[in-house]
Design a protein around this ligand. Structure first.
Ligand SMILES: Cc1ncc(C[n+]2csc(CCOP(=O)(O)OP(=O)(O)O)c2C)c(N)n1
Length: 658
């Protein structure tokens, strides 16, 4: 191995050595602790230290790094006190996740590190968001993100590379090609010569770097980072290296041919560099011993600190409190001037007023810019707010939802318009695993609103008609809002945007242009978790949301003698259980009307809650009326049969008779 120190002085040369030694010596200690059963799992980066250390050493402290599970050198080079890392791995409070997540699955704003979620690929899209924020704020900063060769096969990675190139985002995408996924060799992972070649397809610059040569990594990255700061753009870097230990310690390396192991053992990044420093007269034997002893002492002292820390004491309230970031709701109501608006206009007006109010707020979605979105809700927005804030996206829901997460990490609110709520499946992982869990895991909120045009009645078939709220009401960490009227839609959307938590905002397509209501012209808010009681009566409680509210009201119009409470839930998470219970305790009967198919829908949970909390007041079993348990069909006669709409009247009359 040859090293070229160029103009680096001895102090820098030695610093790089010490920085690589630290993660190596920590790992050696961890392997002992693992054998003693004192830590649960270990993902080794032995042999790959030059990459983490070399890259991090060229980054400024205020620039974000998004590492993976073999990048201990990123954490140590950023000088996180070791006892905090040890506490993290032992699941203690002085770690970064309060015992809620393990190993390197954490982030820290203090050290500008955004750790991985297990799913690997989403990191690239999150890096896009952080880099977009830096570009929008003209900060001239680089964001660096890592993945392994295995991770590059994930769709998220391709989506994120494409977005970064289309938007010219200042991201360094670093692939550590260490020969294997878990046990899968690269020959079974991809079919091109070098992963760096993929950059050609994205219209992106790329480099191949010897990942075991610290000076090559440091020199090249120093040049690249500086160049990207001056001229923001994405760059793909493939580091050639090798994984010297098992995927995690328990899985071993039996499947790796011995000659390959021997070849790479000779290329150890630390031993070779140490040899070079000695030959150059920069490091003596005595200094080597001293440096190692100093690091070992530091490790032992910090381990003692971590061991001395008391274990986490579980506390249900504390756990529940951290699922969402606290939100100081402000009730805003200015004037009483109103205008008759359709649902679609109310949403558009609310959105526009929020864009005026939050000057950084960004909207992203397919065709949302000049075209105004397929439902024309953002029509004219580009002219008023510019293309930086109203962004057409490629067709890649995962990367854009991840980008929204990255924007939030960098302090920018965003709204993502899903063209149809059905397409959220293509970005499902970042919604339920990244947005939903980040606050609970490491205190990082996802200040994102996903706008979800949904629902049936438009004969659009299985992929343009679903109402898929139940996929999300089930996931702690998300808020789910589902207005039925223009007034509510405008006020609730304003609240969704103010709320720092991830909110799924459902907009029923069949109501967009079929419904009119007087709506205040000024900006106003409506709180989440407060249902609206649209009619009051004594005989039965009708609970609904979205289009189903109108189906219930239309049915009552046909039966003026029925005395019913009609509750429009408006938000499903949080759910206004107090209003539901008070009503059922009064009427003694409850019927829940839901547009979604029956099994596993939110009507089932509401029914169970009523049974558990109002059993003694009930005069009849709680009834759920929902659509058929089939996919939603296309032609009218099948859609009509599928929907719960026309079944409601019969079930209501039956329950009243009970
Ligand atoms: C979506 C997903 N699928 C599978 C896994 C299980 N898994 C975790 S790491 C890994 C191998 C990753 O290989 P690579 O990206 O090359 O990184 P390396 O571990 O070699 O550094 C696998 C299969 C996962 N975490 N997430």
């Amino acid at each position: 191995m040859t090293f070229d120190k160029k103009s680096l002085d001895d102090t820098t040369l030695l610093d790089l050595y010490k920085r690589m030694l630290k993660p190596r010596l920590i790992e050696e200690k961890m392997l002992i602790l693992l054998r003693q059963g004192k830590i649960s799992k270990w993902f080794s980066g032995i042999g790959q230290e030059a990459i983490s250390v070399g890259v991090t050493s060229t980054m400024h402290d205020e620039e974000y790094i998004l590492p993976m599970h073999r990048n201990l050198g990123v954490f140590t080079t950023r000088q996180i006190p070791l006892h905090r890392l040890f506490s993290q791995w032992q699941g203690k409070a002085n770690g970064f996740t309060k015992g809620r997540d393990r190993s390197f699955h954490f982030g820290t704003q203090e050290y500008k590190i955004v750790g991985m979620i297990s799913h690997l690929g989403p990191q690239f899209g999150v890096a896009d968001g952080i880099a977009l924020a830096s570009k929008l704020k003209s900060k001239n900063q680089v964001t660096t993100v890592f993945t392994g060769d295995g991770g590059t096969s994930e769709g998220d990675i391709h989506e994120a590379l494409n977005v970064a190139s289309v938007w010219q985002l200042p991201v360094l995408f670093c692939i550590e090609n260490n020969g294997y996924g878990l046990s899968t060799p690269t020959s079974e992972q991809y079919n091109c010569k070098d992963l760096a070649d993929r950059a050609i397809g994205y219209g992106m610059e790329s480099h191949i770097i010897d990942g075991n040569n610290i000076l090559e990594v440091y020199h090249k990255l120093s040049e690249i980072t500086e160049s990207v700061r001056q001229n923001p753009r994405p760059i793909l870097i493939e580091f050639k290296t090798f994984r010297m230990r098992g995927h995690e310690e328990a899985s071993g390396t039996k499947y790796v041919p011995q000659d390959l192991m021997d070849f790479w053992a000779k290329k150890d990044p630390i031993e070779n560099y140490q040899e070079f420093l000695k030959n150059e007269g920069v490091l003596t034997e005595e200094e080597e011993v001293k440096i190692k002893a100093t690091i070992v002492n530091e490790i032992n002292e910090h381990l003692d600190t971590a061991y001395a820390e008391i274990p986490i004491v579980s506390n249900e309230t504390k756990e529940l409190d951290d699922v969402y970031q606290s939100f100081d709701y402000k009730d805003i109501r200015k004037n009483s001037n109103t205008k008759e608006l359709r649902l679609v206009d109310a949403i558009s007006e609310g959105l526009k007023q929020s864009m005026e109010r939050h000057e950084d707020l960004v909207i992203m979605g397919q065709d949302v810019a000049e075209y105004g979105g397929v439902f024309k809700i953002t029509d004219g927005f580009v002219k008023q707010f510019g293309k930086d804030r109203v962004r057409n996206t490629p067709i890649c829901e995962s990367a854009i939802i991840e980008t929204a997460m990255g924007l939030s990490i960098a302090g920018i609110k965003s709204i993502v318009e899903l063209q149809f709520s059905d397409f959220v499946t293509s970005g499902f992982n970042p919604v339920v695993n990244y947005l939903a869990k980040s606050h609970y895991r490491w205190n990082q909120n996802a200040d994102v609103v996903l706008r979800m045009p949904c629902g049936a009645g438009v004969a659009a078939g299985p992929f343009h008609s679903q109402t898929n709220e139940a996929w999300f009401t089930k996931t702690p960490g998300l808020k789910v809002v589902y207005p039925a009227f223009p007034y509510d839609a405008k006020g609730l959307l304003a609240t969704a945007i103010n709320d720092p938590n991830p909110v799924l905002f459902f907009e029923h397509k069949a109501l967009y242009r079929s419904l009119r209501q007087e709506v205040p012209t000024d900006y106003f808010t409506i709180p989440f978790g407060k249902a609206a009681t649209l009619k009051t009566g004594n005989d039965i409680t009708i609970i609904a949301y979205g289009a189903a509210v109108h189906w219930a009201l239309n049915t009552l119009d046909k039966h003026p003698n029925i005395s019913a409470d009609v509750i429009d839930l408006r938000s499903l998470q949080p759910l206004d259980t107090a209003t539901i219970y008070a009503s059922v305790n009064k009427t003694g009967k409850a019927i829940i009307l839901q547009e979604d198919s029956l099994f596993g829908g939110i009507a089932s949970d509401i029914s169970a809650l009523i049974m558990e909390h109002c059993f003694e007041a009930l005069d009849a079993p709680v009834k759920r009326v929902a659509s058929m348990d089939t996919p939603i069909p296309f032609i009218n006669q099948l859609e009509d049969q599928y929907l719960s709409r026309d079944k409601f009247e019969g079930e209501l009359l039956k329950l009243l008779e009970y």
